[in-house]
Design a protein around this ligand. Structure first.
Ligand SMILES: [Zn+2]
Length: 120
């Protein structure tokens, strides 16, 4: 549910910090794949190591994606990165368009409807 009352952006800070932390974890796991696989393939026992690295990495990726999917938007209460069955790790809430850095940028904290009303 989108509220139209004036909101202090600091109110969203704990929820947005949680979203940023989960996004960072997801991107870290994605980026770490290449160096981990290069390390595994560089060893004499590369088949076994590459298999272990891949299995550990895919499990970590699944866990990070699940945690990123279920994180809730502090403004609307919906899943921040999920709309229906689709996972889209955008920087804005897929339901109310709250930016992931809205607590750092006060102008972004308003709902699109509130901004539209101000212009009229
Ligand atoms: Zn939202």
């Amino acid at each position: 549910m989108v509220e139209n009352r004036p909101v202090d952006p600091k109110e969203y800070q704990p929820g947005l910090k949680k979203i940023r932390k989960r996004r960072l974890c997801l991107w870290f796991i994605i980026v770490v794949y290449l160096p981990a696989m290069m390390w595994a393939l560089d060893s004499p026992d590369y088949k076994a190591r590459a298999t272990v690295v891949f299995i550990v990495w895919i499990i970590a990726l699944i866990i990070a994606v699940v945690f990123a999917c279920i994180v809730r938007c502090p403004r609307c209460g919906e899943c921040f990165h999920t709309h229906g069955p689709t996972f889209l790790p955008f920087r804005r809430c897929l339901h109310c368009a709250l930016h992931v850095n809205a607590d750092k940028r006060a102008a972004e904290a308003e709902t699109p409807e509130a901004r539209f009303k101000k212009k009229q």
